[in-house]
Design a protein around this ligand. Structure first.
Ligand code: SF4
Ligand code: FE
Length: 487
């Protein structure tokens, strides 16, 4: 098959065994039609739809596989040049522009590339055959065009303890049994992006492990519909607005067509066959896998520049609707928003073009600049959102309910008093305001702000990497040379 259509992707989810999905205190009989989940499926489905034959974005969304020589979705690709790394972030910006939220599929792609090079180096040291196994697995993923959740973040419990010291070992995923034909794992992964919308989950360790943490140093793939997995859906700010008028315009939901998804994923004695195990006890490679995955994913946060493009467009739109577009301070604020957004993009692009070949043959982004990119992402979207709120005005949080616009008793008053510039329909102005509300404080703000802060590692994680990569001693020497200091 090699490439699924959006429709085939949606069907492929329904053709699975029933998933154990809990939301708001209830087990969902049919998760796929639930308006909150359906919005998040729409976002991932875009990664298929834009790749379909005839789509103007087909080249952005697809690549020729280095493993099979066939055309595959870029989300399944092993990147083999700086150009391919750059095309990856370009695709992510494009998708951010189209859905204005998290499209979820990047974690798997980043996990593929990190696991690809790490397994090669494990085999080199230990004579294991993880890399060949992983390549075989990837060929299957490519061929069936699957979504794979890259599962890294364990709940961790008491952060002062190493995995093996935890009172309850289940706060980290770990091997509980080894059988001749595979392993059995238990534990959990927290805030898993798109996990219910994925076909598989590629589990990776979340921290650098020591020898006593051997059972926690595990990388493997499980089927998302394994009966041993339970999903507890994460709430998003204003998520229940998606339940209002789901078949109509649903104006108050801001951008009702799309959503992100995060859930707590609990594994209760899930069996993993040997061919899907890619690290089992090689604790000394856990750090490499974490660092490489985090590096790829930090460059992937170029996705936020796509959402930033939507934010900038919304600022221009509401400025025009308000009749304020010609004010010099508004123009200047929009320049500043662009400056911030393109600064993120510069670091995203640069870390790709400075990517280097790993021993396995794929390319790893420049780790220093990828961490700078993500550090920018932890800050600039907040400033862009602040400027957007500034331009929008307070009406974005005091506008009445969509139903008050429909009620004949109040409709004319709402239209008359909440109008904007001459010729602008009040309803359109309100829709733009709801979009801005959603981007800066609603469901989409989960992706644009909080996820920007904590996704792919909280700000301090990048600062540690920047400290490690920045080679300050070399810089100190430059200063000493110029000052003619000789020790
Ligand atoms: Fe992709 Fe961005 Fe969502 Fe991460 S936050 S999965 S990079 S869209
Ligand atoms: Fe993320």
């Amino acid at each position: 098959m090699a490439l699924m259509t959006g429709k085939e992707y949606r069907e492929s989810l329904r053709n699975r065994r029933p998933l154990n999905v809990y939301m708001a205190g209830e087990k969902l009989e049919n998760p796929y039609d639930h308006p909150i989940i359906a919005a998040s499926i729409n976002s991932i489905a875009l990664t298929y739809e834009l790749a379909e034959e005839g789509s103007p974005y087909r080249d952005d969304m697809t690549e020729i596989s280095v493993l099979s020589g066939k055309r595959i979705n870029r989300f399944c690709n092993i990147h083999t040049s700086p150009e391919q790394l750059y095309k990856k972030v370009g695709m992510q910006r494009l998708l951010g522009q189209k859905c204005g939220t998290c499209f979820q599929r990047c974690v798997g792609m980043d996990a593929f590339n990190a696991t690809y090079s790490t397994t090669y180096e494990i085999d080199e040291k230990y004579g294991t055959d993880y890399h060949e196994r992983f390549k075989k697995y990837l060929l299957d993923v490519e061929e069936r065009d699957l979504v794979v959740d890259g599962c890294m973040t364990d709940p961790k419990g008491d952060r002062s303890k190493r995995p093996h010291q935890c009172k309850d070992p289940d706060v980290y995923v770990h091997v509980v049994e080894r059988r001749p034909d595979g392993i059995v794992i238990s534990g959990a992964k927290a805030h898993q992006t798109g996990c219910i919308n994925s076909h598989h989950a590629l589990i990776m360790p979340t921290v650098t492990m020591g020898e006593e943490d051997k059972d926690f140093a595990v990388a493997c793939v499980v089927e998302s519909d394994d009966p041993g997995i339970t999903y507890i859906y994460g709430r998003q700010s204003c998520d229940t607005r998606l339940l209002e008028d789901p078949d109509g315009e649903n104006m108050d939901a801001g951008s009702p067509g799309f959503g992100g998804q995060e859930a707590l994923m609990v594994f209760d004695r899930v069996f993993v066959p040997t061919e899907r195990v890619f690290m089992d006890g090689e604790y000394d490679f856990s750090g490499m896998l974490v660092e490489r995955f985090a590096g790829y994913h930090r460059s992937s946060y170029a996705c936020k520049t796509g959402v930033g493009d939507v934010a900038i467009g919304a600022a221009q739109l509401i400025a025009e609707y308000n009749g304020a577009a010609k004010a010099s301070h508004v123009k200047d604020k929009i320049v500043e928003m662009n400056h911030l957004n393109e600064t993120i993009w510069s670091s995203a692009a640069a870390c790709c073009w400075l990517g280097k070949k790993t021993k396995s043959g794929n390319y790893l982004i420049d780790l220093l600049l990828a961490n700078v990119c993500k550090q920018n992402v932890t800050r600039f979207p907040y400033e862009i959102a602040r400027l957007l709120q500034d331009i929008a005005g307070g009406i974005m949080v005091t506008a009445p309910h969509a139903k008050d616009l429909q009620n004949p008793e109040t409709s004319e008053m709402v239209k008359k008093y909440l109008c904007g510039a001459d010729g602008v329909e009040t309803k359109n102005r309100l829709k733009a305001l709801r979009l801005i509300e959603n981007l800066t404080m609603g469901r989409a703000a989960v992706g644009y702000l909080t996820e920007s802060m904590h996704g792919a590692g909280s700000p301090q994680a990048q600062r540690i990497m920047i400290a490690r990569q920045a080679d300050v001693q070399r810089k100190k020497q430059y200063a000493k040379d110029l000052a003619r200091i000789k020790d």
